[in-house]
Design a protein around this ligand. Structure first.
Ligand code: PA5
Length: 449
């Protein structure tokens, strides 16, 4: 039996009482039940709850076979998507990839790059330049099939791929992941005969990493999606409806962060001491930010990479306004070993470290930072991952998703919608004079003069 991820809350109990957190036991159990019975807000979007258990052999095999086509035929695969349509895949791929993946010459997997997650003209120009000399494929992901950023990037890249490969060959190198029947991407994919996967109506973008949205790019990158799903399934069982508070990590995390929020800690900083986890934090920020930031409520999710950011944000965290708490993702065992060499001259004074693992230095930085920040008035939660691999990432992703659902309900909001995201789009379309926006265009232009 593998170990599981762990949650440590003791360094938060100097700030909020353990009893107060335990006091959430009944309410979190009730809200977990509300999730499982689909009787709460946003209950049309609960398909993610059972994704790990429901994904069957045929579906996994189809994803792996599609990944193989792209792996066999592409040097580069562009994942086109924004928000929940790319962050989960990037989080897992970055966490598992060699840090210098770009520079590897003898590759076994295509390089995965991303587009449609911004509207940067230089970014798109440079991507197109890079792809001119590469055999590339595209995974175009958009649940709605109408989001401007990925639609724009896909139009550019599809045009380029067709010009480079010919229209028929290009079709075999494009995979669409979108809604079953609605949206422009579905229409286009059907018309062109692309291989497609469905994002079901009941799975929202930011809860879709364990669907083909995340699994296909992760499989193309060469990682074991069955292990990822197995880890997620383990966490699905550990946080199930029948699990008591004392055993349910998701309920505990939801409880402690809400108690901290009530005590005035308005900002949660997700901390890692492993640069490979940078995009896990980006994924987490979207998950919690878009799920909880509503009705003028919600913890602001922020993130830092330590020890790098101790030299930029460390001062603020130690001494700034006391409205923050930290949640540290701590990876217990490294995948590689590097030891500090002995040096006779010892001009750098580092011989006291000679023979030690670099990770021992990092772990002492982690411990020292935690103690300093707690002394400075920053409550600390710690999530321990035994190792950085597919299985534990699967556990972590599902843990955060489940806790997010419970936490959003504790806050009293609908964690599964994102009405606020529409405001910028309406203004952008009005400013770009999109057909149908004539009145809004007049109104916005009047505001600008
Ligand atoms: O979580 C969400 O629902 C959003 O972040 C979406 O994933 C994002 O807006 C992209 O939407 P779509 O997949 O429809 O293009």
């Amino acid at each position: 039996m593998k170990a599981d991820i762990k949650l440590h809350m003791d360094k938060a109990f100097d700030f909020v009482s353990a009893d107060a957190v335990k006091g959430y036991a009944d309410e979190t159990a009730r809200l977990n039940h509300v999730l499982h019975t689909g009787t709460g807000k946003g209950s049309d979007f609960l398909g993610w709850l059972n994704l790990p258990a429901e994904i069957d052999e045929a579906h996994l095999a189809d994803i792996e076979a599609t990944a193989k086509v792209l792996r066999d035929n592409c040097e580069v695969v562009v994942v086109v998507g924004i928000g929940g349509s790319y962050l989960g895949a990037k989080a897992v791929i970055d966490a598992l990839s060699n840090s210098f993946d770009w520079l590897q010459t003898k590759r076994q997997s295509p390089v995965i790059v991303y587009a449609g997650q911004n509207i940067g003209e230089d970014y798109l120009y440079e991507l197109q330049e890079l792809l001119k000399t590469k055999k590339f494929g595209i995974i175009s992901i958009s649940k709605s099939g109408t989001t401007t950023e990925p639609a724009l990037a896909f139009r550019l890249l599809k045009t380029q791929l067709e010009a480079q490969q010919g229209i028929e060959a290009a079709k075999k190198l494009i995979v669409g992941i979108t809604d079953k029947s609605r949206g422009a991407l579905r229409t286009l994919a059907t018309q062109e005969g692309y291989k497609t996967f469905v994002i079901t109506d009941d799975v929202g973008g930011r809860f879709s990493v364990l669907s083909p949205v995340g699994l296909l790019p992760i499989a193309v990158a060469g990682f074991n999606i069955r292990e990822l799903v197995a880890g997620a399934l383990r966490m699905q069982i550990l946080c199930a409806d029948d699990k008591p508070f004392a055993e349910n990590l998701a309920a505990q995390y939801a409880a402690v962060r809400n108690e901290l929020y009530k005590s005035g800690k308005k900002i949660e900083i997700l901390v890692n001491f492993n640069p490979k986890l940078h995009y896990v934090s980006e994924w987490w920020k979207q998950l919690y930010g878009e799920s909880e930031g509503k009705e003028h409520k919600g913890i602001f999710p922020a993130s830092v990479d330590f020890t790098t950011d101790l030299h930029s944000m460390g001062q603020w965290i130690q001494d700034g306004e006391r409205t923050i708490f930290e949640t540290v993702i701590s990876v217990q065992e490294m995948n590689h070993e590097v030891r500090v060499p002995q040096n006779q001259a010892n001009l750098d004074g580092l011989n006291f470290l000679a023979g030690k693992r670099v990770d021992e230095v990092n772990k002492m930085a982690e411990l020292g930072t935690m103690l300093a920040h707690v002394d400075g008035g920053v409550p600390n939660l710690k999530i321990e991952l035994p190792k950085l691999n597919e299985y534990y990432l699967g556990e972590l992703l599902y843990f955060f998703e489940k806790a997010c659902g419970i936490s959003g309900y504790l806050l009293g909001v609908n964690p599964f919608d994102q009405p606020g995201v529409e405001a910028y789009k309406a203004n952008m379309f009005a400013l770009l004079e999109k057909p149908g926006y004539e009145e809004a265009t007049k109104a916005i232009k009047a505001r600008l003069h």
